[in-house]
Write a protein that binds this ligand. Structure first.
Ligand code: MF3
Ligand code: CO
Length: 249
């Protein structure tokens, strides 16, 4: 069942999402050559205390950190570490979520570390563009498959591939609710979208093939072909006249 949120609940999700959006603004200047992903985790820990919010990820299925920090060929769920240093030319995907007053916000963004090569820039740009194409399709009367196809067609049109093994999700009083939101699919299929539905749309896009595997740490997802990967995510509400992005500062 896809839960419909009241306008008051969407306001609460907007407050949680605004904190997440603020985090991405504040973390950006810390992402420089030489930054250990652990330093970003420490910043997230202080940020969470400062805002009085609950970490969405730490403790979720035993996940050990507030952030997912995924470098280069890491797709998602990279664990912050003192040993993982961002180097000039790397791309770093950061995923962060919080709960505030019982409602969740979840977002992700891939950052360039210093100056990156044009192919990586194109990968990041296409992934972000595919997220916005998906968001544009998140309107009442449309179907879930309209979002999925919109994302997929931007990604594949740019010559990249969509990860199949991980998907977006409904979000609200839990971080993960129904429905799953795949980044691949067919328009005109799937459940009808209605005002009050709230979705985390999150394309994970590989420069090479879509196949991924999980490392022995049980979390870090990497591409099978070692090509680089990007990830952008927003929490979005379907409204009477379209959509509203909830995870902006
Ligand atoms: N955005 C991711 C998700 O929707 C973040 C979860 S990471 C986890 O699943 F570690 F908490 F699982
Ligand atoms: Co998510």
């Amino acid at each position: 069942m896809i839960l419909i949120k009241s306008p008051q609940e969407i306001e609460a999700m907007r407050r949680a999402g605004a904190v997440v959006g603020r985090f991405f603004e504040e973390v950006k200047p810390l992402i420089r050559p030489g930054t250990a992903t652990w330093a970003l985790e420490e910043f997230a820990d202080r940020f969470i205390q400062r805002w009085g919010v609950k970490s969405a990820f730490k403790g979720y299925m035993g996940y050990p950190a507030h952030l997912c920090t995924s470098l280069n060929e890491e797709v998602v769920h990279g664990i912050p570490s003192k040993e993982r240093i961002a180097r000039e030319g790397d791309i770093l995907s950061i995923d962060f979520g919080v709960a505030l007053d019982g409602y969740y916000g979840d977002a992700a963004k891939t950052f360039a570390v210093g100056t990156v090569d044009p192919a990586s820039l194109r990968l990041m740009e296409a992934t972000e563009r595919s997220l916005y194409a998906g968001i544009e399709a998140a309107r009442p009367g449309n179907r879930l498959g309209d979002i999925s196809e919109a994302v997929q067609s931007v990604v594949e049109g740019a010559g990249f591939s969509v990860v199949r093994d991980f998907v977006g999700h409904g979000i609200g009083r839990s971080m993960h609710e129904e429905p799953q939101v795949p980044n691949f699919g067919t328009r005109g299929t799937g459940p009808r979208l209605h005002p009050g539905m709230t979705l985390a749309i999150e394309p994970m896009v590989n420069a090479g093939g879509w196949a991924v595997k999980v490392l022995k740490d049980g979390w870090t997802v990497v591409t099978r072909d070692s090509g680089w990967s990007a990830h952008f995510e927003h929490t979005v509400a379907i409204t009477e006249n379209g959509f509203r992005i909830l995870s902006l500062p």
